[in-house]
Design a binder for this molecule. Structure first.
Ligand code: ZN
Length: 547
């Protein structure tokens, strides 16, 4: 699963955009260099990295084929047009990896292409009906049935009949080149877990069996943190079966990795201190799923179109997750780039001048880490009238908004506890002021999604407690004398909704607080010209490729 930092506002397009319009559309993505320090890598890893960047570029080519049957020919034609409009189209096509614009409801921005993305992408014959597929699959022998419904095949029509073709055959020559590059990189690196993953993934490209390499990816713990292969199924909007190719070529962030280790060691202490009655606390919290913090050298294919991925959870194959769980990879320099492109300009407008210097990426990122880790604490197995159940089962469709707000607020609570105990450097003003500014970043994309609704709830609660203060000039600030108590109270209320599986309480809270109030809306209305996302320039990858 993929996690984006921005959500998508809709702008309707009824015609093909001209040069000026395309320029405006592109300007929503702030051009940002992505640089990664590779000087601390071993000689072997540096050699491997060059091969892996080359492999990542091949993934772009496979993805173009997967995304739409007309993509490759369109891409060739576009690049021949050297007029300003032609070049603007090339630029926006590459941002989108196809002729449809994610920020505009997925509508086409080029002439003579389908008005919207083809639902089955290039995974099924165009025009194939769902019912036809279902009737066909029913009659297949077991192995053919599994291939047809599996992640790693495309469906063709041959002589009027549907057939499933494995990726290993469909993209054969390109996968053979990929396998060769991965084997070379495996020979270069000294790290055993990376060697194993790359070797097994190379085998998988040729055998079409990805299981062993997904397991090896869960065990991957190396300075070079590599994700490459067919993963997410979002582009198959018919069944959600088919996986798109993507690559993330990353370098592990050693400082953040240590921080995670430190936080992990203290999660039980935080659970024991949660602001709820002791009987609701968990005396022995379960193992937290692994988190890796990395810096992205390059992302390609399905990982590099539209709004950029800020973090991802993989694998998706349930046979692997049942056995090994899943791993979350957080792209720190991508989040930093988004912070610079969007949050810094937002803060200039919503914070008073005197608070500007308290905006801090360090606080922002540490809070995201704390958010992720505190998903793992608090009530998870509960009893309602003696019946064993879970907060998710009891709070139903409201659970996501409550749980996202809980992770935000428990993250603040946790960092405050650690500051009070002098386990981390004191940075209260930075933490809360950055949190306030970043609330506007979430709220500007609306409340259709759990994060947005959960954020509105928090913002209004903290305003009602006097911890967030609206000023007559349209700016907002934190009252440091009130914020700690308000966070504690809010954390108590959210945790108790979960501890008691209180659906009515969750509904009441979201109904009264889950809205954007006029004073906040006014501030949001003043942010429309601020970039939505980034257009990364892969500085380090380009340097490596030029060698
Ligand atoms: Zn979350």
């Amino acid at each position: 699963m993929r996690i984006l930092v921005a959500f998508l506002p809709l702008i309707l397009m009824a015609h093909t955009p001209d040069l000026n319009e395309l320029k405006r559309m592109s300007a929503r993505f702030a051009k940002t260099p992505l640089e990664v320090d590779v000087s601390k890598l071993s000689t072997g890893d540096r050699k491997a990295l060059v091969k892996l960047v080359e492999a990542a570029h091949l993934i772009d080519d496979i993805f173009l084929t997967q995304y739409w049957s007309g993509n490759q020919e369109l891409w060739r034609k576009l690049q021949m047009d050297k007029t300003p409009l032609g070049q603007a189209r090339v630029h926006y096509f590459w941002l989108s990896k196809g002729p449809w614009s994610a920020l505009d409801g997925g509508r086409a921005f080029l002439p003579d292409v389908p008005a919207e993305k083809v639902p089955g992408a290039n995974f099924y014959p165009e025009g194939m009906k769902k019912e036809e597929f279902e009737a066909w699959v029913k009659g297949l022998p077991k192995d053919q049935h599994e291939l047809a419904e599996g992640f790693f095949s495309v469906i063709h029509r041959e002589n009027g009949h549907l057939v499933a073709v494995p990726f290993s055959k469909e993209y054969g020559p390109r996968l053979e080149r990929l396998a060769k590059l991965l084997r070379e990189a495996a020979a270069d690196t000294e790290n055993a877990s990376l060697k194993k993953f790359l070797t097994l993934r190379a085998d998988a490209f040729l055998s079409n069996d990805y299981y062993a390499s997904d397991v090896a990816w869960m065990d991957l713990d190396a300075p070079l943190d590599i994700t490459i292969g067919p993963y997410e199924t979002y582009n198959d909007e018919i069944f959600g079966y088919k996986a798109s190719f993507e690559a993330y070529i990353n370098v592990r962030d050693e400082k953040e990795t240590q921080k995670i280790g430190f936080f992990s060691d203290h999660m039980q202490d935080i659970e024991n201190a949660l602001p709820i009655d002791g009987k609701y606390r968990n005396p022995k919290i379960g193992a937290l799923s692994p988190i890796r913090v990395v810096n992205q050298v390059i992302a390609t294919g399905d990982g590099a179109h539209g709004v950029r991925t800020a973090a991802y959870n993989l694998p998706n194959d349930e046979r692997v997750t049942a056995q090994k769980g899943s791993k979350r990879v957080m792209l720190k320099n991508v989040q930093d780039a988004k912070f610079e492109a969007a949050l810094v300009p937002i803060a200039k407008r919503v914070l008073p001048a005197a608070d500007q210097e308290s905006l801090s990426f360090e606080s922002f990122f540490t809070h995201i880490l704390a958010h992720e880790m505190t998903h793992g604490i608090g009530p998870h197995e509960i009893a309602v009238n003696g019946r064993k159940t879970t907060p998710r089962q009891e709070i139903k469709e409201l659970y996501s908004a409550i749980e996202e707000a809980k992770a935000d607020v428990t993250g603040l609570f946790m960092l405050q506890q650690m500051m009070d105990r002098k386990q981390v450097p004191s940075a209260e003003k930075q933490l809360y002021t950055t949190f306030l500014a970043s609330a506007f970043r979430s709220l500007r994309f609306g409340l259709n999604e759990a994060h947005g609704k959960g954020m509105a709830l928090q913002f209004n609660y903290l305003m009602d407690k006097g911890a967030f203060v609206a000023h007559p000039d349209g700016t907002f600030s934190v009252d440091l004398s009130k914020i700690k108590g308000a966070v504690r109270d809010l954390d108590h209320d959210l945790l108790m909704i979960e501890a008691t599986g209180n659906y009515a309480g969750a509904k009441r809270m979201l109904d009264t607080l889950g809205h954007v109030r006029p004073v906040v809306q006014k501030a949001i209305d003043g942010l429309t010209d601020i970039p939505t996302d980034i257009d990364p320039v892969d500085v380090t990858a380009n340097k490596l490729a030029a060698r």
